[in-house]
Design a protein around this ligand. Structure first.
Ligand code: ADP
Ligand code: MG
Length: 292
């Protein structure tokens, strides 16, 4: 019975009324007669068993409490996306698995706690933690001049018990931008293309480690056939299959040859850019309804 079903949209202390981009989803669910509540993932008073489905949306403060967040996800009945996906997808080491499955990812070196990193002789490189979102603790460095700063950045992350990752800076992001391919289940429950957006380059300042979210410059974009094909390939190799998922965002940047490369697969708490795509919130609301 859809009417009076209860849906929790999961958020965090900074967005008690959800991020505004999720308001179209909240409204679309309410239009369908569903009771919708915005609930902080770390609200000690929340009763997650009281919801017919709990949908992760803006719980964007778990990065320094990753273990606690995964434990919480495991404790929630009827979580979308499921907890095992959350555990796998909140640590960008999943990129190595996708590469092994034949997905063209941005070449990535991982440096764990206790390991050290030897900077390349030159080139432009990105340093970031494997557990992050919103470009936090992420910066780009021009070598050799900024090698010391880049090594120090890796060292700060690993000293804090985090795993660092280093990638070449894909300069195509400065011109083409980043393409996000957003997918939701179709009427048959198959995860399919919903809409696309372009995100402008985030790392505009070299060597400056942002501590909070950078401003995102978002515009609608129709992904190219190559981008759509790659997104489809990525969805095919998700552990346990994509059929279990309520949403997926596949982020791509053109590599040196111009062909798209995977920068990030967001199955946990992606911004869905619903304000930029008419109809997208309705599609997602309908998909949620079929799961009630
Ligand atoms: N290798 C890279 N080349 C170019 N830009 C990058 C690279 N890595 C990160 N960025 C920029 O930093 C942003 C955040 O990095 P990302 O890997 O998407 O982590 P998250 O979004 O989880 O913080 C990207 O949207 C992109 O603008
Ligand atoms: Mg990203």
């Amino acid at each position: 019975m859809v009417r009076d079903s209860r849906v929790a949209l999961v958020t965090c202390a900074a967005f008690p009324d959800l991020w505004e981009d999720d308001h179209p989803l909240r409204d679309a669910l309410r239009e369908r007669g569903v009771v919708v509540e915005a609930v902080r993932w770390d609200d000690p008073a929340a009763d997650w068993s009281g919801y017919d489905i709990t949908v992760l949306r803006s719980p964007w403060d778990y990065m320094t409490r990753h273990g606690q967040f995964v434990e919480w996800a495991r404790s929630v009945p009827r979580l979308a996306n499921p907890a095992d996906i959350v555990e796998w997808n909140t640590d960008k080491r999943y990129l190595a698995e996708l590469a092994a499955a034949g997905i063209p990812i941005i070449p990535t070196e991982f440096i764990g706690p206790g390991e050290s990193w030897a900077p390349p002789a030159d080139g432009e490189w990105v340093v970031k933690p494997t557990v992050s979102a919103g470009s936090r603790d992420t910066a780009r460095y021009l070598l050799p001049g900024q090698a010391g700063e880049a090594v120090a950045h890796v060292g700060r992350l690993t000293a804090a018990g985090r795993t660092a990752m280093v990638q070449p800076y894909l300069s195509a992001v400065d011109t083409a931008g980043e393409t996000a391919v957003l997918c939701t289940p179709d009427v048959d429950g198959r995860l399919t293309f919903s809409h696309g957006i372009r995100k402008g380059a985030m790392l505009t300042t070299r060597g400056d480690v942002p501590v909070d979210m950078n401003e995102e410059r978002i515009t609608p974009r129709t992904p190219s056939p190559a981008e759509l094909a790659l997104a489809e390939r990525v969805l095919e190799v998700i552990p346990g299959g994509a059929k279990r998922l309520l949403y997926a965002r596949v982020d791509l940047i053109p590599g040196p040859s111009g062909e798209p490369m995977l920068i990030e697969l967001e199955l946990t708490e992606p911004s869905l850019f619903l304000l930029h795509a008419p109809g997208a919130a309705d599609r997602l609301a309908d998909a949620i309804l079929t799961r009630l």
